[in-house]
Design a protein around this ligand. Structure first.
Ligand code: NAY
Length: 289
């Protein structure tokens, strides 16, 4: 399961309906052009938390149908409705997903015991493996190295997608759990995470910047830090420009520039304005073309 995974974008039409052909094209682009090792389906980048259960299932189905066994597939099933998570975990497992992942339950201030119960309920419902999705800046849920350890006591919980800038915690986790998978979740900090010996990375910007992400990762792993840093600098010029112009809408526009029908965002998330589209074209020409 190690390697570089794109957090898969979803494609919607102007009415907010899933554009199946668009999703297929995004999958193909990631496999054929970005050369990623896998896809993380139904994450934040997939605008998952704004979808119905049926729509979430449909995205899992389309991605699996298009990708087949060409790359590894992880299905993000987390939801504060744990019964929905279980339903999605069963669906993704039946489709043949290599692992499931679940965001820490958010909105209510769940205790750690409740969070642990949530994870065990989900993974114990399926014959599969689970990767914790930790993203404190969006969920408000911080866990300690010891709490991760308690979750890892379930052997079916095989790792964590670590979307945080806390490199002290990341280092403690790496030392404490050498056999668990740790995926870096902030693309702009990939070099620092790779130096700490993560097992891979899962990112939104890999949908358009996959080859550079791989270079950073592999150069860092080979100890070629100066070369990796140069590519991280270029990558971060790109990421800063994308963030400044609107993260997911801009990545979608950049894909559209390449003939991939990434479409609109799902309301209430706004799609790119005409000005943002023009800027996205400039970003594409400056950093990617
Ligand atoms: C997800 O579930 O899609 C992810 O968390 C992927 C990780 C991304 N985080 C978010 C919140 O989008 O790739 C990152 C992030 O977009 C990137 O580093 C820019 O900040």
């Amino acid at each position: 399961m190690k390697g570089i995974y794109s957090a898969l974008l979803a494609s919607f039409d102007e009415q907010g309906k899933i554009n199946e052909q668009g999703v297929r094209e995004i999958v193909r682009h990631n496999i054929d052009k970005m050369m990623v090792d896998g896809l993380y389906v139904g994450g934040s980048t997939g605008e998952n938390f704004m979808l119905s259960t049926e729509e979430k299932k449909q995205i899992f189905e389309i991605a699996k149908d298009e990708a087949g066994s060409e790359v590894k597939l992880i299905a993000q099933v987390g939801s504060i409705n744990v019964y929905e998570s279980i339903d999605l975990a069963k669906h993704a497992t039946a489709l043949g997903y290599d692992a499931i992942s679940a965001v820490t339950p958010f909105y209510y201030k769940f205790s750690f015991e409740e969070i642990k119960d949530y994870y065990n309920m989900i993974i114990d419902s399926v014959d599969n493996r689970l990767i914790i999705y930790s993203i404190p800046f969006l969920t408000g849920v911080d866990m300690s190295v010891e709490q991760f350890g308690e979750l890892f006591e379930n052997p079916k919980i095989i790792g964590v997608k670590f979307t945080a800038a806390d490199f002290f915690l990341l280092e403690r986790m790496r030392k404490a759990y050498p056999d668990k998978l740790i995926f870096a979740g902030f693309d702009e900090m990939m070099l620092s995470a790779a130096v700490l010996d993560v097992d891979g990375a899962i990112g939104s910007t890999f949908n358009v910047n996959g080859p550079r992400a791989r270079q950073i990762y592999e150069l860092a792993k080979a100890g070629k830090i100066e070369e990796a840093r140069e590519i991280q600098h270029t990558t971060n010029d790109l990421i800063a420009a994308i963030l400044d112009n609107g993260l997911y809408p801009t990545i979608k526009c950049i894909l559209e520039e390449q003939g991939v029908h990434a479409g609109c965002c799902r309301k209430p998330m706004a799609s790119a304005t005409p000005e943002a589209r023009i800027r996205a074209r400039e970003i594409y020409k400056q950093y990617i073309k």
